[in-house]
Ligand binder design. Structure first.
Ligand code: PEP
Ligand code: MG
Length: 754
């Protein structure tokens, strides 16, 4: 039995598509179990029915013709009960419904098992025998195992729209795809599918005789790509401010970095031709970035791939098709680069749909800056079938509608018009204070780390930087930046925001953020050497950074320090000692300085319980709800499998926040929230009720949250919080908050439309 199981699983996994996987499973099961029929029914939620999708034993013409309404027949019963049904004689069961087209009237023994994925019943796997017989326990476990195996393939096909196509039995039917929200807004347009001009991976090795000529050829390609990037940046200059274009500067810089170019040149000198040397160099660099657990850094892998493609195109220029655009183009691709987005004629681009990436990808950052909706990470994107198709991209919920029905299209046209109104409304708020109607000021600050974030943050009306992630500039280098280099980096952001405050968080690496040049191998990195722990173990790194920050703020005095991953008071005491030492050193060197304010991040549960002891020691607290939620709920913030459990509106998180605010206020210390929660309009309402003193978020979220603050009195938010204290379910809490926004006319902040 085990052998048969293994064989079937292997064959199912090797099937090129779902239809074939289903065919394999029914034929193999029928043969292996010696039954008379094996069939698979799949759920069609739109029509509320189960459809016979594959059978071995019943008449073939019944496939896709036989349907059983939800609630009718034994198949529905199995699905409803979410457990196997093993019946000696199916016909005698009260729920039995005969489908004549199958020719099933002659079968009596019945064993049906549900096919379940992530708690959702996707279909039912059934075996039948002519004679009345109860199947054995072994038969049951065998079928249950195969159903579990099949569920992955089915849910994959469901996400890609393949099931919908099969159910319709027509390739031209509409379907929906699911991805991640990348940039808010909705777009209607036509898909322009981008293909990489050449496949770097398939480049073969080739020996070169004239190594110097080859090196020259490679260096010429590098210069050409640098020029290409600069002119792309120039072509966007009329649409974006200079600072946003820093994105392209970063690519040019990456290309100029010794590690990339020298690496390839070394490979050429060993005797490989430029293309082969490029291939190995790019693969190596991509792996470097991809192996970093931090989502932001993983996205940089796509920049490296983009550079690789551009260089390859220069080295073998034939094959690059000039891209044409539709009047309303939605760019679609396995992986879209910021550069490709910029290549389109201005005005033609209305949306972006990418199989890879997330909201931290450069392309998503750029899309947000341009106000273009983006859906990222659409894993099952059928890129090959989408060219020229009508699409709707919903950047709020990460949905893509392919060939939408007239009703859906009309609905989204209306939503698109409303979105334009909403954006215009939000714009009018930029210079207005973030103040509630009952006079409570809740300063809204920006989270930054990239130079490219500075301009959008300033434009969004941010009152300063609430979280400058200093690890970001560390990550895009190939070694630790020295004191002077760091000073210049920090000075840039401090000057851009002066006199507004900039809270610089000291190096927060480890966990999901490793530096390529400072590898940390651990079994449990999130519970390991992270944040302040590394800084305290390496005072030389910490002191260099502290001195750089203090020197950078000379004459501006707008820098504050924030310590990440604090789990106890001893860490704060030691860190404060080092901060004082750095301060004294800088003063001794002649700089005129005030001691910067120091805050701690509350992102480890122990810090919640020690909040008063911490508040006594520092000037302010900042809650990192991303990590706090991860540690409180024991849910890895980067693991898609448990993503539905990661909810900042969990009552435990709200309870912890309450404790932090009360504890800090008892000592007269302000509390900010700088995790993603602060940028969520529904959560912001709750944070207002909790009495959080300021919020820090990405620039794109800021105008939306400001609208919430300006629309609700703190008294109303408090009353709502009290009401919610009786709620136990995060989903119910979100629904109630969304409802409140809706009633106040702010529903457009949390769903498409106005
Ligand atoms: C957080 O944990 O909420 C936070 C803001 O820090 P980071 O996301 O950088 O870990
Ligand atoms: Mg954190």
């Amino acid at each position: 039995m085990l052998d048969a199981l293994r064989r079937i699983i292997l064959k199912v996994n090797a099937a090129p598509n779902l239809q074939e996987a289903l065919r394999v499973i029914v034929t193999q099961i029928k043969a292996a179990m010696g039954v008379d029929v094996c069939s698979v029914y799949l759920a069609d939620p739109e029509r509320e029915q189960y459809v016979l999708m594959a059978t071995e034993g019943y008449r073939q013409h019944a496939v896709r013709r036989v349907t059983l309404a939800f609630g009718k027949g034994l198949v529905s019963q199995v699905a409803q009960r979410e457990e196997p049904m093993n019946l000696e004689d199916a016909a005698s069961h009260p729920r039995y419904a005969l489908a004549l087209e199958t020719g099933e009237d002659v079968y009596r023994g019945f064993l049906g098992v549900p096919i379940i994925q992530h708690r959702r019943v996707l279909g039912v796997l059934v075996i039948r025998k002519r004679e009345a017989c109860k199947f054995s326990d072994d038969d049951e476990t065998f079928l249950v195992t195969l159903a579990a195996q099949l569920s992955g393939a089915i849910s994959h096909a469901d996400a890609s729209g393949e099931i919908n196509e099969l159910l319709q039995d027509r390739g031209s039917e509409r379907y929906n795809l699911k991805g991640l929200p990348g940039a808010p807004g909705v777009a209607l347009g036509r898909a322009r599918v981008l293909y990489p001009p050449a496949d770097l991976k398939s480049i073969p090795d080739r020996e070169v005789q004239d190594v110097e000529a080859e090196v020259k050829r490679f260096r010429a390609a590098v210069l050409a790509v640098q020029d290409e990037l600069r002119s792309l940046s120039a072509s966007l200059a009329s649409q974006l401010p200079r600072e946003d274009l820093a994105l392209f500067d970063a690519l040019v810089l990456m290309l100029g970095s010794d590690s990339l170019v020298n690496n390839a040149v070394t490979r050429i000198r060993v005797g490989n031709w430029a293309q082969g040397a490029l291939r190995d160099t790019i693969i190596e660099h991509v792996a470097l970035f991809e192996n970093v657990d931090d989502a932001y850094m993983r996205e940089r892998a796509s920049d490296v791939r983009d550079l690789g493609q551009r260089l390859l195109t220069q080295l073998q220029p034939q094959g690059l098709e000039p891209e044409t655009a539709y009047p309303r183009t939605i760019l679609v691709g396995e992986e879209i680069s910021a550069g490709q987005l910029a290549e389109l004629p201005s005005g033609a681009l209305v949306g972006v749909v990418s199989a890879r990436g997330s909201s931290t990808s450069h392309v998503a950052i750029l899309a947000r800056a341009l106000g273009i909706p983006a859906v990222m990470g659409v894993e099952d994107l059928p890129v090959g079938r989408l060219e020229g198709q009508e699409l709707i991209a919903d950047g709020y919920w990460g949905r893509v509608f392919v060939r939408p029905s007239p009703t859906v299209r009309e609905e989204f046209q209306r939503l698109e018009a409303e979105e334009a109104e909403l954006t215009a409304d939000l714009h009018t708020q930029v210079d207005l204070p973030a103040q509630t109607p009952d006079g409570v000021r809740v300063p809204l600050l920006a989270n930054t780390g990239l130079r490219a974030d500075i301009a959008p943050s300033l434009r969004s009306g941010a009152e300063g930087v609430g979280l400058y992630r200093t690890e970001v500039p560390f990550m895009i280098r190939d070694r630790f930046p020295g004191e002077e280099e760091q000073r210049r980096i920090y000075r840039h952001v401090l000057e851009a925001f002066a006199p507004r405050p900039v809270i610089l968080r000291t190096l927060d690496v480890g966990g999901d953020k490793a530096l390529p040049y400072f590898p940390i191998q651990e079994d449990n990195p999130f519970l390991g050497w992270r944040g302040i722990r590394i800084s305290l173990d390496h005072p030389e790194i910490f002191l260099t950074q502290l001195r750089a920050i203090m020197k950078a703020s000379a004459g501006l005095w707008n820098a504050k320090l924030l310590l990440p991953m604090i789990s106890g008071v001893a860490e704060v005491d030691v860190a404060l000692g080092l901060i004082r030492r750095a301060f004294n050193e800088v003063v001794e060197e002649g700089a005129e300085l005030d001691m910067p304010e120091v805050g701690v991040m509350i992102e480890v549960p122990s810090a919640v319980y020690q909040v008063e002891a911490l508040a006594r020691r520092v000037d302010f607290l900042s809650v990192g709800t991303n990590d706090l939620t991860q540690y409180l709920l024991a849910v890895d913030r980067n693991n898609a499998r448990v993503a539905p459990l990661f909810d900042t509106l969990h009552p435990a998180v709200i309870g912890a926040l309450r404790q932090v605010v009360e504890g800090a206020h008892r000592h007269g210390k302000p509390v900010s929230v700088c995790g993603e929660m602060a940028g969520d309009p529904a959560a912001a309402l709750l944070l207002l009720g909790l009495g959080v003193d300021s919020l820090s978020m990405s620039a794109a979220s800021l105008p939306r949250v400001k609208w919430v603050i300006r629309s609700f009195t703190q008294a109303r938010a408090r009353a709502l919080l009290e009401e919610l204290s009786g709620y136990e379910d995060p989903l119910a809490i979100r629904a109630r908050l969304n409802d409140e926004l809706e009633q106040a006319g702010l529903g457009g902040l949390v769903r498409p439309g106005k």
